[in-house]
Design a binder for this molecule. Sequence first.
Ligand SMILES: NC(=O)c1ccc[n+]([C@@H]2O[C@H](COP(=O)([O-])OP(=O)(O)OC[C@H]3O[C@@H](n4cnc5c(N)ncnc54)[C@H](O)[C@@H]3O)[C@@H](O)[C@H]2O)c1
Length: 346
Amino acid sequence: MLARTALRFTQRAVRPHAFAPLTSRAAFNSSSKANDPEVPVISYHNGERKEEALQYEASKPGPVTPPGADAEKPAIPLKPEILSKLTPTLQRFTLSGKVAVVTGGGRGLGFNMAQALAEVGVQGIAIMDVQQELGDKAAKELSEQTGIDVRFYRVDVRDGLAMGQTVADVVDHFGRLDILINAAGIADSNMKAESYDHEKFRRLIDINVTGSFLVAQAVANQMMRLGNGGSIINIASMSGTIVNYPQEQSCYNASKAAVVQLTRSLAAEWARYGIRVNSISPGYMDTALNRVPALEAQKRIWIDHTPQKRLGAVDDLNNLAVYLASDGSAFMTGNNCLIDGGYTLW
Ligand SMILES: NC(=O)c1ccc[n+]([C@@H]2O[C@H](COP(=O)([O-])OP(=O)(O)OC[C@H]3O[C@@H](n4cnc5c(N)ncnc54)[C@H](O)[C@@H]3O)[C@@H](O)[C@H]2O)c1
């Protein structure tokens, strides 16, 4: 049977393919890229069998980004006339009329995810951040880019009382609350465990773990009061699953492991209120957090240890965040989603 199939193929002419990377086997043999690796592709159309080869270049290390600010891309609002034309599956990815809180939304991953929520139809976003200037700028830009109602609250995630009051104000203003992206966080690295400063250790745990909990609690209490459920997305890290190399950062790693387990615990407790809780665990991302000269040498090692040979772009979490916020993920809770260019595979 196998022999007959192979014979039929050799008797048939092979049509050139419309896509550049696909070459017919005849063309492949004379190609200048003859030494590149290839994936055989067999297709059937109108009873005709066609065999081609998909060539690809062996991966090369990506460029190291110089120090500087986050890469910027303006958000584009979703027009209501487009919404009605979407198929049911695409509609489930939209967040029409919903309201979101994004902590750490002043810059970086939080700001980019806020832009993504705006691009899929949220009516209002509350950015919460400790940095006044960054938060103010982020709210202004997001509102100018998309025309949606954006509020900035300068608040520290460690302050539970202030957080309760702030989230209540969000609900008073918008009349609803559907989504939380808990992205505020800090990192300490190159700190040996044997000499780790006690105050520094406590501060990091307080922001990354206690802060994430206090925000989630304040938001969930409002969601329970409103009775419409909601989606909470905690930004953990692959450091909650693996131990980073070569830098020592025991406290950060422990804090993110705690965020992952907090996510699972809250998901189990709050499912009865229709509140879903998931976490995103990014790998090494190209954000201002990592754009410091002291990390340049280590960055090359990180890239080398990442199968995709690059850092994550500052907007690489956006579509996953939209998915987790939307009804597209309605049956998903307590999940930790690694998004790391394959780093944790090795
Ligand atoms: N950049 C990465 O490689 C990476 C990888 C994995 C996980 N993460 C996580 O993603 C999240 C965002 O990271 P980023 O790279 O965008 O960092 P970033 O420093 O660019 O942004 C973090 C934001 O959080 C705010 N913030 C810090 N402490 C706060 C507090 N106590 N209260 C309120 N706001 C506070 C900061 O002002 C800042 O605007 C963090 O939780 C981080 O641990 C980042």
